[in-house]
Design a binder for this molecule. Structure first.
Ligand SMILES: C[S@@+](CC[C@H](N)C(=O)[O-])C[C@H]1O[C@@H](n2cnc3c(N)ncnc32)[C@H](O)[C@@H]1O
Length: 478
């Protein structure tokens, strides 16, 4: 998804001038391709009567090699009163992302970087009776019946997909423009769009079968509701199942669940929130979302005390406490340093918990383990989320009064390492082979790449646990 932007248009601090009101009616070009064809095709907005960006702050491209988003992307937000401060949207290794366009100094209070008003979002209540904000579904429209047929407990993604497709079909709806900046089917990493071959590459039969089920569920929903007898106004929302499954993958990978208060009403809502949905995930995020009920808007805030350097990525934590398979199911990516990764050990070997924690300067309670870097030496760059995960997942014993016996502890370490090695040996490929495969693929399908990375990340994690146990047994003697 290469987007090329002339050099002089690079890098603005944008939307910060509220006087720039421009209400020219936008026009947009859609592809004939049924997949709302997104980043390759740019929305064209009528030239405003005066420059949209008066005195834009021109800067050199940062040396990180990433390109900022198409200027049209900013215009549609600007026109509809979205605000962003000190950030820019750029393409990176994980698709689009949000990056600091200047240094953000740490402050005692969280700092605002984006405000997105309710009017731009697609939101639907999680429970009956359905409520949509903004209320774009007119009374009696058949899409309401389709939404109404969903299960309030489990089908939030199907509902949101219906709403998204409906929004694309509405004249002058913001999402007709924003849709051009969503990833198309080839650019999505969602495993809903994976081929059978991609699923086999996961080397995880459980995850593969879950994804097959999810693909089937989305397809059957389309078949049930998009049969030949449906009115044209439904038919044209998703002419083929692929279009619908793409919409579900967008709903799953970009939905933000929030409890929002609108007037006196507090409700759990599933929300597609433009611009905020461009933030990528990190387990150590520098930003978080906040619902500002007074003004009915979502705010993206930088954590209190956080220093973000110019060019650094702004991130949020998508899922707390979930393993890579859950991240894969919903978003199509995984991480070798996921602090919530788990290994199912089956032997009886156990190591002494407090000793392991102190060797790696891990503090806090299991739910909030963190690496206490202040008391660590430089060589501790070894310690990352995978070591935190190891502290959680290794079988341990704990008895404050009983000191460990080094020889027994060493024996336990060896047994646990052996079990890890056996797990690695059971994979059909090694991590080196996986890496080689990834390096050799020229423009691989995103879902295939995600699948190979997933199995690689699993092996890297197990490998890291073995190394952590090596370091542990070296240090327990001292
Ligand atoms: C909410 S969207 C974020 C914006 C997205 N990168 C884009 O290009 O529009 C979520 C998707 O971004 C990608 N993503 C987000 N965080 C990631 C991470 N830490 N590693 C890899 N991919 C990530 C995945 O493809 C995921 O499905």
């Amino acid at each position: 998804m290469a987007i090329s932007v002339p050099l002089h248009q690079l890098t603005y601090s944008f939307f910060s001038n509220p006087q720039w009101k421009w209400c020219a009616k936008p026009s947009y070009s859609f592809s004939n391709n049924s997949q709302n064809n997104i980043r390759a095709i740019k929305a064209s907005v009528e030239t405003p009567p005066f420059p949209l960006f008066q005195n834009p702050k021109l800067e050199e491209t940062p040396a990180d090699g990433l390109e900022p988003a198409d200027p049209d992307f900013y215009k549609i937000g600007y026109v509809r009163s979205m605000r962003a401060y000190g950030v820019e949207f750029k393409e990176g290794p994980d698709g689009f992302g949000v990056f600091a366009s200047k240094d953000i100094e740490p402050r005692r209070r969280a700092r605002l970087v984006m405000q997105i008003p309710l009017e731009l979002m697609l939101t639907i209540r999680q429970k009956l009776p359905w409520m949509f904000f903004p209320d774009i579904v007119p009374l009696g429209h058949p899409i309401f019946d389709i939404i109404n047929s969903t299960d309030p407990e489990t089908d939030w993604d199907l509902r949101l997909a219906c709403l998204l497709l409906y929004a694309f079909d509405q004249d002058d709806n913001f999402w007709q423009l924003y849709g051009d900046f969503l990833p198309n089917a080839d650019e999505c990493t969602s495993l809903l769009l994976a081929t059978e071959e991609d699923l086999m590459e996961l080397q995880d039969p459980n995850l593969a079968s879950t994804m097959r089920e999810q693909q089937k569920r989305a397809r059957e929903f389309w078949e049930k509701n998009w049969h030949s007898g449906v009115p044209l106004k439904i038919k044209r929302l998703a002419h083929d199942p692929e279009r619908f499954i793409w919409a579900v993958s967008i709903a799953q990978s970009r939905c933000i669940n929030m409890q929002v208060r609108i007037g006196a009403l507090v409700q759990d809502a599933n929300m597609l929130i433009p611009y905020a949905d461009m933030l990528n995930h990190s387990f150590q995020p520098n930003c978080f979302f906040h619902w500002r009920f007074k003004d009915r808007m979502l705010e993206v805030m930088v954590n209190a005390g956080q220093h973000v350097r110019r060019g650094e990525e702004m991130t949020v934590n998508y899922m707390h406490g979930q393993m890579n398979d859950m991240l894969m199911q919903r978003y199509g990516f995984s991480s070798p340093v996921n602090p919530w990764n788990v290994i199912q050990f089956s032997g009886d070997a156990r190591i002494h918990l407090d000793s392991f924690l102190s060797v790696f300067n891990i503090s806090g309670l299991p739910e909030e383990y963190y690496h206490n870097s202040k008391i660590s030496s430089d060589e501790e760059s070894f310690i990352d989320g995978a070591v935190i995960a190891a502290a959680r997942t290794l079988p341990t014993w704990s008895d404050g009064d009983v000191p460990l016996v080094p020889s027994i502890e060493r024996k336990a370490v060896k047994e646990l390492q052996e079990e890890c090695r056996q797990m690695l040996a059971e994979f059909p490929t090694t991590s080196k082979q996986d890496q080689k495969m990834l390096d050799s693929m020229k423009e691989p399908r995103r879902t295939l790449e995600a699948a190979i990375k997933y199995r690689l990340h699993r092996k890297l994690f197990i490998d890291k646990v073995i190394k952590a146990l090596d370091i542990y047994q070296d240090r327990i003697l001292f």
